[in-house]
Ligand binder design. Sequence first.
Ligand SMILES: N[C@@H](CCC(=O)N[C@@H](CS)C(=O)NCC(=O)O)C(=O)O
Length: 214
Amino acid sequence: MITLYQYLHCPFCVRADMIANYTGVPHKKVLLLNDDDATCHQLIGKKMVPILQLDDGSAMGESLDIVDKILSLAPPDKQLQASHQADEVTTLLSEYSSDMNALLFPRNVRIEQPEFKTASARAYFQAKKEKVIAMTFAEAMECSEQAIDRVNDMLSKLPPLPATTRLGMDDVLIFPFLRNLTMVKGLTWPEPVKHYVNEVAALTNIHLYWQQAV
Ligand SMILES: N[C@@H](CCC(=O)N[C@@H](CS)C(=O)NCC(=O)O)C(=O)O
């Protein structure tokens, strides 16, 4: 059986996981600790998830390649609609990536998730991500309010999101990044955006963080 190695908080892993769940392709999930370098290196020669290991033992990285591979194993009625409108959304999201990182990185380790269940996994992530956001997690939590204002601005500017009647490549590109924002308490979600996140999560059996938001 194919095996998907991932972290729950990783948006690229969510791309692969949502398609594995949606298509029903039989697979095993392995939730790695965030500081487990060895498994990633053994499988693909670098520290990166998601990783898909195939039945012949070979392994591949890169979320969109993994999505394609899983789709190649899926029945015709579970194929995705082509992407039409993700560019506008992903461009907007990338303009706000530093605010989103400053909100999400410190919260990732505060929320109970398997990849952070050891102190060393949390310390590994914190040391790496504090460099990326150029502040400590404590500082990032303290100045959440400004970042929340800016991310609220982004949420209010989102163009209409795809219809959720049938899953498409747009959803693979858009949903994982919006989904992670559900771990941030105090954001103002426009109703259609909240509806979109809830609907895609239900279609793909992906955990949302509404109840754990900090
Ligand atoms: N281009 C890659 C990006 C994957 C990626 O950036 N994964 C992050 C987790 S969100 C990662 O593994 N970073 C290394 C680490 O956690 O040490 C993909 O689409 O799969």
